[in-house]
Structure formats: C-alpha cells, structure tokens
Design a protein around this ligand. Structure first.
Ligand SMILES: Nc1ncnc2c1ncn2[C@@H]1O[C@H](COP(=O)(O)OP(=O)(O)OP(=O)(O)O)[C@@H](O)[C@H]1O
Length: 321
C-alpha cells in the first residue's frame, strides 16, 4: 500500500537529511505506529506519502503509484485516497459538526443525497450521533478529534495517516480515539500513526517502526514502545551501529516478526538506554549491568522510588483493604 525505496530527503542543502535512506513497505490493511523522538522524521514520512514534497533520492509508492509521477494538477485527486488526522484537529469553527464532515464530500462534488446518507453513518461510527448541530467550540477535545476522524474517513480512503492524534488528549479520551482508529482499520483501511504515546503503543501491540535521525532503527510486528534490543553503552553505540550490531537499522522491507517477550524488565527504550548510559558514566550502578526499570507515566520518566509511591495510588481501586 505504501512503499519507500531508499528514500532520502533534506529540507535544505545545509541541514542533515530529515529521512535518510528509508526503505520499508506498509501492506494493505496494516496498522503501523511510527515512533521516534522529536525531529526523527515521522511527519516528513507522512508528508511524503501525501506528496507534499517530492523525494530527492529514492521512490515513494502509494497504492501502486509512484508519487513522483503524479502531476501537480492531479495531486488533489491523489489525496482523496488518503485521510489525514492531526494533533490539533483543524476543524472549521464556524461550521457545525455535520457541516465540517459534509464539507469534505462537497469539495469533491458528492451529491446531497450521498452526503445525507454518509455523514450520519460516519458520525455514528465515531460515536457522535446527536451532536451533529454543535459547533466545534461546543465539543470536548476528544469529540473534536472524532469529528476530524469522521471528516478524514467520510470519503472512504484506503489509507488513514494520523500525526499525533492523541497528543492533546488525556489517557481515557485517547483510548476512545484509539478504539475508533482500530475499528476503522478493521474495516480495511491502512492506518499509519505517528506518536510519542508509549501507553497507546504498548496497549495496541501493532507493528512499530522507529525512526532515529531519519533512519529506520526498528521495525517489529506486534511490538511495544520499548524494544527488545539490548542496551548499548553510549560509547559503544556508534561503533555497534556502524558494525551493524544491535541498534543498527533493521533489514528493510517489513516487520521483522519479533514476538514480544514476557520478560520486559530490562531497560529497553532509547530513553532508558540513555539513562543507563548516564548512570554508567556517573558510576551510580557500577555493580549492576542493568539500571532499575523506569516507570513511564504519560511521557514523564519516574524514578523507581517515586514510582513505588505511585503504585500505592492504585490501592485506591480496591486492591488493598
Ligand atoms: N519545513 C521544514 N523546514 C526545514 N526543516 C524541517 C522542516 N520540517 C521539518 N524539518 C526538519 O526535519 C527533521 C525531521 O522533522 P519531522 O517534523 O519530520 O520530525 P518528527 O519526528 O515528526 O518530529 P515531531 O515528533 O517533533 O513532530 C527535523 O530535523 C526538522 O527540524
């Protein structure tokens, strides 16, 4: 459905490439998380799929079409096959919920009859029935994102791109949004979602592609935000990557099929490895080859002692007398 062949692109000649020799394939009907730290190239990847830019090196294919060969005048039609959802919703605040979704059909010339049938159908799919007449400003953030999703899928695109769709939402609301995206995917739409949200990635167990400095450093099926890669001490990391050892880019072309392990007690994320290297350099945990596991909480890294206190908070749920 989406294929990148040795794709490299830099925004200007002086800067490092935003994507650097990326080769991968996303199959029809897949759900893929694109993860990586800020500036690693996730949005650039999505923009290339949308043909907002042309590649300098390599080829991008979307639904069998080489996007470089799509002439400018055909780009709007090409994009009809791709729905997009952003972190900041991007709704028209002067239009009602119904009108926001209907607008996506109007601009491509769909009939009134089609609009009257389709808009209520997608609004029901995203759980917004009864809110058709509200303005976006009269909705919660989660509801606004549902409208944005309804708008993105109303023309039944084969691909849905989501750039941090839960970035402005609390965990419960985010979970609701993920249920909807999962449902859309189960209906056959290929979903590619860029995210920093480890809780979501870990709960969904879908394919995870990780970018680092524009390169694919991980591509795993049914993965967690954390990887199975062993820790590389900071000093050795560059050498190992150059030697093609752990931490080096995985073979291009698809998920490696690594199954999640039940033992996830070791520090595994890039953040955790960085903390590990920091601890090593400060001689804090000399006797331990592994630092204590860090507990993640909505993007914050919580030291284990504090985390223990946090764990007690769960006792309010009735686990303790
Ligand atoms: N319009 C632009 N002009 C110049 N450089 C850009 C532009 N957009 C992105 N970049 C650079 O390209 C690189 C990749 O950026 P990109 O937005 O793809 O990263 P990202 O992983 O999506 O980051 P984030 O998680 O913060 O959204 C970064 O170094 C960024 O500074």
């Amino acid at each position: 459905m989406i294929r990148f062949e040795n794709v490299s692109i830099a925004y200007d000649r002086k800067s490092k490439p935003a994507l650097d020799d990326v080769s991968l394939e996303v199959n029809r009907g897949e759900f893929v998380f694109l993860v990586g730290s800020s500036g690693s190239g996730k949005s650039t990847f999505l923009r290339l799929v949308l043909r907002e830019y042309k590649t300098e090196h390599g080829q991008v294919y979307v639904a069998g079409q080489n996007v470089a060969n799509v002439p400018s005048w055909r780009v709007p039609k090409f994009r009809r096959g791709i729905g997009v959802v952003f972190q900041d919703f991007r709704l028209i605040n002067t239009k009602t919920v119904f009108a926001n979704v209907a607008y996506a059909m109007q601009v491509i010339g769909k009939s009134r009859a089609a609009i009257r049938t389709e808009v209520p159908r997608v609004l029901e799919l995203v759980g917004l029935e009864g809110k058709e007449r509200r303005l976006p400003t009269e909705l919660s953030g989660g509801e606004q994102q549902r409208v944005a999703i309804a708008r993105a899928i109303v023309n039944q695109p084969g691909i849905l791109l989501a750039d941090e769709p839960t970035g402005n939402l609390d965990p419960t609301t985010s979970a609701g949004i993920m249920e909807i995206l999962d449902k859309i995917n189960q209906n056959g739409t290929t979903v590619v979602m860029a995210t920093h949200d480890d809780d979501i990635v870990n709960s969904m167990r879908k394919r995870v592609i990780e970018l680092e400095f524009g390169r694919v450093v991980r591509d795993e099926a049914r993965a967690q935000y954390t990887s199975m890669m062993p820790i590389i001490p900071a000093a050795a990391a560059g050498t190992a990557a150059k030697a093609g050892g752990a931490g080096a880019p995985t073979a291009a072309g698809g998920p490696s099929g690594v199954e999640p392990s039940a033992d996830d007690g070791a520090p595994q994320t890039r953040r955790q490895r960085a903390v590990s290297a920091f601890a090593d350099s400060n001689a804090v945990t000399k006797e331990d080859s592994m630092p204590p596991r860090l507990v993640r909480n909505r993007g914050r890294v919580i030291p284990p002692d504090v985390a223990a206190g946090t764990a007690n908070d769960f006792s309010r749920n009735g686990d303790q007398p």
